[in-house]
Design a binder for this molecule. Structure first.
Ligand SMILES: [Zn+2]
Length: 408
């Protein structure tokens, strides 16, 4: 397992890059540790983000071998109901706007378990192109053909030979993870018909800044996108952005529509202006973000050490990848947290990467009530607070970390 360090921006090629946040060296956030490996040293890699003065892209320059990170991807979109509903409406809208015949071809890059194309397959020919071969059977059981590959311009040539041009290409929650972005976009540009459309969703860096959720930063997430940077990328591949929407995925994402020759709608200029007003094209904005992260860190560590000094029992609630960024950067380990709980049986009996905190079944909390729970799966805050009402009735308090430290 290894990593490479880039010295230029992966969108515009500029070498004028400024580091805006340094989270130190950590193991990959999904590298959970087996009991038998506890004594072994885990490989760690630099985790830092940089702002490009050329195109405004916020990105990591240290890239861990993607084969190691994604070959057995555990996250299955279809298992998550709100996401399924999101993709159902997404498919309906795309079919209405861009599909005119059952012969039309729709290709989804990084289509995971086939959740989006499942809603398209009755209206057009579909193909799911994804490197995670453990998802192939799930996708095909839905009637969504699977093509195992990392998408790039070479894959694009193979697909063209086998299937011809696509009317619609989609890619959702993929480009945060993609290192060779220009090559991928060049591949899409070749793959779509002259009147074809490319639709993709990416988490919006504006949401990251506004919520202070720096724990989204881990080795898998190479880019934090803005429409400004994406415009540069799309145009470099011979396409143009003609429409954009803000959608409620991962907090807030951008759904971007690109094509070779379509008139841009007013939405494009409106969101570019919104980004400018929010300071997304200025380096200082990211430096202030970094200062907020530091302040929150100091505040949380003071709170936790005070609680431990007065003999309180604290447990981490949830063991998501993002939680590992926070635990590793803040240096919170078993001196503070007795264990982490998680609802995913796959993680039970494992230890968190880096801090090596044991992960247990959340059912344990029914008999082992801690005084405090550090909420690491904060994105499900409302659902968790509701679900754990009886735990709270027994006196347990939740500590929130993001956007700011709070006890509820
Ligand atoms: Zn750039």
């Amino acid at each position: 397992m290894h990593y490479t360090h880039h010295s230029t921006c992966r969108i515009c090629g500029s070498a004028d890059l400024m580091q805006v946040l340094d989270l130190g060296k950590t193991p990959p956030a999904n590298a959970y540790v087996q009991f038998g490996d506890l004594d072994k040293q885990q490989p760690t890699y630099p985790l830092a983000i940089y702002f490009c003065r050329g195109c405004s892209l916020v990105q990591q320059l240290d890239v861990v071998d993607p084969d190691m990170l994604f070959k057995n991807y555990h996250y299955m979109t279809g298992a998550n109901f709100p996401a399924t509903e999101h993709f159902r409406r997404y498919a309906e809208d795309a079919i209405k706007r861009f599909i005119s015949s059952a012969d039309d071809l729709v290709i989804d890059i990084g289509g995971n378990d086939g959740v989006l194309l499942d809603f398209v397959k009755d209206f057009a020919r579909v193909l799911n192109v994804d490197p995670a071969d453990n998802l192939a059977a799930v996708s095909e059981a839905k009637g969504v053909p699977f093509y195992t590959a990392f998408f790039n311009s070479k894959t694009s040539d193979e697909l063209l030979r086998k299937y011809g041009h696509a009317n619609v290409v989609t890619a959702n929650n993929v480009f945060a993870h993609t290192d060779p972005l220009r090559d991928v976009f060049a591949g899409v540009s070749k793959l779509i018909r002259h009147d074809g459309v490319f639709i993709f969703e990416v988490h919006w860096v504006k949401h990251l800044l506004e919520t202070g959720c720096f724990d989204q930063i881990y080795h898998e997430h190479l880019c934090f996108h803005s429409l400004h940077a994406l415009k540069h990328l799309v145009e470099s591949s011979g396409m143009k952005i003609f429409d954009v929407e803000i959608v409620p995925m991962q907090g807030q994402s951008l759904r971007v529509y690109a094509a070779k020759d379509r008139e841009p709608k007013a939405s494009v200029a409106a969101i570019l202006k919104e980004e400018q007003d929010a300071g997304l094209t200025r380096e200082e904005t990211y430096r202030s973000f970094s200062e907020v992260v530091e302040r929150n860190k100091a505040e949380l560590l003071t709170l936790l050490s005070g609680l431990k000094a007065s003999g309180k029992k604290i447990v981490g609630y949830g063991a998501p990848a993002k939680g590992n960024t926070l635990l590793n950067y803040y240096g919170i380990g078993t001196e503070t947290l007795d264990y982490l709980t998680d609802s995913t049986p796959l993680k039970h009996g494992l230890y968190s990467p880096g801090m090596k905190i044991p992960i247990k079944d959340e059912a344990l909390l029914e008999t082992d009530t801690p005084d405090y729970l550090l909420l690491l799966a904060w994105n499900y805050k409302d659902a968790i607070l509701q679900k754990e009402q009886s735990l709270r009735d027994r006196g347990a308090l939740f500590i929130l970390t993001i956007p700011s430290v709070q006890i509820v």
